[in-house]
Design a binder for this molecule. Sequence first.
Ligand SMILES: Cc1cc2nc3c(=O)[nH]c(=O)nc-3n(C[C@H](O)[C@H](O)[C@H](O)COP(=O)(O)OP(=O)(O)OC[C@H]3O[C@@H](n4cnc5c(N)ncnc54)[C@H](O)[C@@H]3O)c2cc1C
Length: 375
Amino acid sequence: MNPTYDVAVVGAGIVGAACALEFSREGLRVAVLDKGPIGSGATGASMGHIVVMDDSEAQFALTRYSQILWEELQPDLPPDVEYERCGTIWVATDADELAEVHRKYTYYQDRAVDVEILDSQLLHHAEPHLRTPLAGGLLVHGDCVLYPPRAAGFLLELARRNGAELHLGKPVIALGQGNARLSDGSIFQAKYLINAAGQHAPKLSPGIAIKPRKGHLVITDRYPGYVRHQLVELGYLKSAHKLTADSVAFNIQPRKTGQLLIGSSRQYGSEEARTEPHMISQMLARAAEYIPGVQSLSATRVWTGFRPATPDKLPLIGPWPGDPSVYIAAGHEGLGITTSLATAKIVAGQILGRRSAIPIEPYLPSRKVAEHSHA
Ligand SMILES: Cc1cc2nc3c(=O)[nH]c(=O)nc-3n(C[C@H](O)[C@H](O)[C@H](O)COP(=O)(O)OP(=O)(O)OC[C@H]3O[C@@H](n4cnc5c(N)ncnc54)[C@H](O)[C@@H]3O)c2cc1C
């Protein structure tokens, strides 16, 4: 019997949405299944910073490729996606961090990313609310921000215009052999099954090394122009690298609404969604070290979300060994909004036998990952 669909995508987060759009553009029959509403996982909890990162060549390749795809999509994005090309400033507090600014500058310039070094004065001019003196910063012009749940919704709207079906409120309890089995006993049959279930991906494909990494965010009242770029401390990289201890880093984002989104924290082992006052205090204290005035701003909401983290900080994109019908598109940690579009291109290319724009080996689920892993 022929399956009803060419592709069944589990997950209507940003990654599943991007995959659904890519497959539907190829004329495939697509069904998207989610146990909740669109963007109800990490996507709805995220900051929406579309950022080029250089932790590794593989991370750079995926973030840069995806950022270019977002730029290409930008003219079609409706206003409520709140896409804004505000750029990122990586803020350096001392000579060591300034040396890192120069290293990053060279790395990005060598790879045709538009970057600029800001000395102490230029930094102050660009962001007058930052404390003085600071050593300087690196301005990455092409980084941008958007509103993730709306972006996912829009990608799915485009997919539906191409004929994709969206089935919300449908928990999938088993995935394999061309079948997505739902909790009500019904089955969606598809030639290919895409596991885009984010932090829950291991429940459907046991053995996947993804763990939830909790993060807190705070959003303020409207203060238009208070901050003009996404500001991130260079110590953010150290925080993101820590595999065991809880950590916070200064990361603040201007929203199109005039609100400021303040992050960020990272925790393993804290799997309840409740907000933790000590983490919020640490986060705000860190923010105040960079922007003293932040303490007098009014916050309107605090929430948490879970990044789907892998041991080597790269997502899993590609066929799942042992079941030729299953492909994984999960484990994007703190970069899934950025890297969703490239992920979808890669998975579609794998299924359709097309050459990828970037090497895909670093993301294959079959890759060997060092044992030190999540800790
Ligand atoms: C605090 C925070 C800040 C972040 N900031 C950024 C940022 O600035 N930039 C960036 O690029 N990334 C950021 N991220 C990371 C980003 O949010 C994630 O990497 C991304 O959202 C992952 O998308 P996803 O579609 O894989 O997973 P999710 O958004 O979690 O979607 C998975 C979907 O699968 C569904 N699902 C799960 N299991 C089942 C099942 N059994 N049956 C049916 N449906 C199921 C869920 O309901 C969910 O809707 C941040 C994350 C957090 C938590």
